[in-house]
Design a protein around this ligand. Structure first.
Ligand code: ADP
Length: 497
C-alpha cells in the first residue's frame, strides 16, 4: 500500500489543492534501510516556488476571515483522517525514514495531536479590553494572523515536525508554503492529500520540493512571507536569520541541541536508565532533544552502567518494517561518518568503547533474516563510550546517533557548570529524588526544556523551544499559536461630539 501511494505521489508537488507534475529535474528518494529508490521529487524552478507563494497569498484573506470555529472544525476533520489512515502514513514514514513501524505510528499519532490541540486553541484566542488613560477611552488588544507563512522541516520526524508547524499556522488564520526535507518528502505530501480531503481550502496549505538553498533564499527574501518557521541545524538557521533581515519577517528557529542528562547519586537508577534508553534510542538518537552528554555521579557510575549495558545488549538493529526490530538505520552515510569521526576523536583522547563503537556488520531485514550489511548501508551499533571528558569533540557537537557518551562528576556545582558549558540550550534532564536539588539545578540550567525524572518530554502541551544556538520561538503549548499572530492595539475614544 505504502509503496503504491509513494509511487502515486512521486514527482509531484502540492499547490492550490492540486498535485502538480511538471517536466523538472528530480531528486531520487531512497529507503535508508534497503537503499532502494522509492520515488523522486521534482526540483522546482524559482517561478514554481513563486506560484506556490502566490497561491498562499491569494488564499490568505478568505482563510483568515473564516470564523475560528470553522477553521477548528476543518482542522479536526484533518486530524481524524490522519488517525484513520495512521497505518498507511506510518508505513510511508518507515519507507522514507527507516524508523521502526511502531515508532513511526507513534509519531503519526503524536503529530496529529498538534492538529487537535491547535484546533482547540484557535477557538480560545482572546485579546482584552481595558479602561483607557482618560474618560471615554477604551484600550483594546486583538490578535490577527501574521500573514503568509513559510516553513522548512527536517527528516528526523517527517510527519510530526510538519503538523507542529502547519497546525498552529492555519489555526491562527495564516496560509503556508512548506518545504519538507529532500530526504523525506512523501510523509508531507500524504498529509497534504488528507488536508484536501478534509476540505481545507485551496492555497491554505502548499508543499513544495527542490533545492533547499534556493527555496530557503526565496522564502527569506519574499516580502509577502511574514513568518518563517524552521527546524534544522544551527548552521542553516543562521543563514535563514541573516537572509530574512531585509524583509524583517517573524522567525521561529528550532535548531540543534546538546542535552545534558544528569543522574545524581540519590536517583532511582532503574527509572533513570529506562528513561535514558527511551529518550536516546528513539529514532536512533537522531533527535535534537536526545541526551547527548550523560553525567553520572561518581558513586553510582558503575551501578548505573550495569543497568544500561544489559539493556543495550538487547537492542535489535534492522529494517523498520521488521516488527521485532527496535532500532533502524541512520539516515545516510554522512550521519555514519560523523559518528565514526566523533568516536575516533574521543578514543584518541582517552575514552573507552564499552559496547558497539562501529557500523553494524549485520542487521535484520524485514523478514527477520540476519543478513550482512553492504558497504553502503548505514546501520550502526548502539554504542556506550565511557571516560569521556570535555576536551573531546563529542562533548561539544550534537551526536545525532545512538552513542551514549558518559562523563563522571563529583559536585553539584561542577555538573551544573559542565552541563551549561555548551553553545546550545534546548533540552536537559535531571534524575534525583530530592525536590530541592531538582529545583536548584533546574533553575540554574541554561536550557529551554528541563525533564525532571522524565526522559520523554515531547508532547503538544509543553512549550518546545530553545535558547542560544538552539534558536528561539516556541512550538506546541498555548504559546505556539502566538508565533503566528500579530497583536493589534486599538485605542478608542467614544466621546460623542
Ligand atoms: P540536517 O543536518 O539535520 O539535515 P539541515 O539544517 O541541513 O539539517 O536540514 C534541515 C532542513 O533545512 C531540510 O529541509 C533541508 O533541506 C533544509 N536546508 C538545508 N540547507 C538549507 C539552506 N541553505 N537554506 C534553507 N534550507 C536548507
Amino acid at each position: 500500500m505504502a509503496k503504491e501511494k509513494v509511487a502515486q505521489l512521486s514527482e509531484s508537488y502540492f499547490v492550490n489543492n492540486s498535485f502538480i507534475k511538471r517536466n523538472r529535474e528530480i531528486i531520487p528518494i531512497v529507503n535508508p534501510s534497503t537503499l532502494e529508490n522509492i520515488g523522486n521529487i521534482p526540483i522546482l524552478h524559482d517561478s514554481d516556488v513563486i506560484d506556490a507563494i502566490d497561491s498562499a497569498v491569494a488564499a490568505l484573506k478568505g482563510w483568515g476571515a473564516l470564523s475560528a470555529s470553522n477553521r477548528s472544525k476543518l482542522l479536526t476533520d484533518w486530524h481524524d483522517l490522519i488517525l484513520e489512515n495512521q497505518n498507511l502514513l506510518a508505513e510511508i514514514l518507515v519507507l522514507e525514514q527507516g524508523k521502526p513501524f511502531l515508532e513511526a505510528q507513534k509519531e503519526i499519532i503524536y503529530g496529529a495531536g498538534f492538529i487537535k490541540w491547535f484546533a482547540a486553541e484557535a477557538e480560545k484566542l482572546s485579546g482584552y479590553i481595558a479602561e483607557g488613560t482618560k474618560e471615554n477611552q477604551k484600550i483594546m488588544l486583538e490578535y490577527e494572523p501574521v500573514g503568509v507563512v513559510a516553513a522548512i522541516t527536517p527528516w528526523n520526524f517527517p510527519s510530526a515536525m510538519i503538523t507542529r508547524k502547519i497546525a498552529p499556522a492555519i489555526a491562527a488564520g495564516c496560509t503556508i508554503v512548506l518545504k519538507p526535507s529532500e530526504l523525506t518528502p512523501f510523509s508531507a505530501l500524504a498529509l497534504a492529500e488528507l488536508a484536501k480531503k478534509a476540505n481545507i481550502p485551496a492555497g491554505v496549505l502548499n508543499i513544495i520540493t527542490g533545492k533547499a538553498e534556493q527555496i530557503g533564499k526565496i522564502f527569506a527574501e519574499d516580502f509577502r512571507i511574514r513568518k518563517l518557521s524552521f527546524t534544522g541545524s544551527s548552521r542553516v538557521g543562521k543563514i535563514l536569520y541573516e537572509n530574512s533581515a531585509l524583509t524583517l519577517k517573524k522567525l521561529s528557529l528550532e535548531l540543534g541541541g546538546n542535552a545534558p542528562f544528569i543522574v545524581f547519586e540519590d536517583a532511582n537508577l532503574e527509572l533513570a536508565a529506562s528513561h535514558l534508553l527511551l529518550s536516546k534510542l528513539r529514532n536512533m538518537g537522531q533527535a535534537c532533544i536526545a541526551p547527548n552528554r550523560i553525567f553520572l555521579h561518581n558513586n553510582i557510575h558503575d551501578k548505573f552502567l550495569s543497568f544500561i549495558t544489559d539493556k543495550f545488549n538487547n537492542i535489535k538493529v534492522g529494517d523498520g518494517n521488521n516488527q521485532s526490530v527496535n532500532a533502524g538505520p541512520l539516515i545516510n552515510k554522512q550521519a555514519l561518518d560523523k559518528l565514526e569521526r566523533l568516536i575516533a576523536d574521543a578514543v584518541t583522547k582517552g575514552a573507552k568503547v564499552l559496547i558497539g563503537g562501529s557500523k553494524a556488520t549485520t542487521y535484520f531485514d524485514k523478514d527477520d533474516n540476519e543478513v550482512t550489511a553492504s558497504l553502503e548501508q548505514n546501520f550502526f551499533l548502539p554504542t556506550i563510550l565511557v571516560n569521556c571528558t570535555n576536551d573531546m569533540n563529542i562533548f561539544h557537537e550534537e551526536i545525532f546517533g545512538p552513542i551514549l557518551a558518559i562523563y563522571k562528576f563529583e559536585s553539584i556545582d561542577d555538573v551544573i557548570k559542565q552541563a551549561n558549558n555548551t553553545q546550545y540550550g534546548l533540552a536537559s534532564y535531571i534524575f534525583t529524588q530530592s525536590t530541592s536539588l531538582a529545583f536548584k539545578v533546574s533553575s540554574e540550567l541554561d536550557f529551554g526544556i528541563v525533564g525532571i525524572n522524565e526522559g520523554i518530554i515531547s508532547n503538544n502541551i509543553g512549550a518546545f523551544g530553545g535558547r542560544k544556538d538552539s534558536g528561539f520561538g516556541v512550538e506546541g503549548s498555548k504559546l505556539g499559536i502566538l508565533e503566528f499572530l500579530n497583536t493589534k492595539y486599538i485605542c478608542l475614544n467614544y466621546q460623542i461630539i
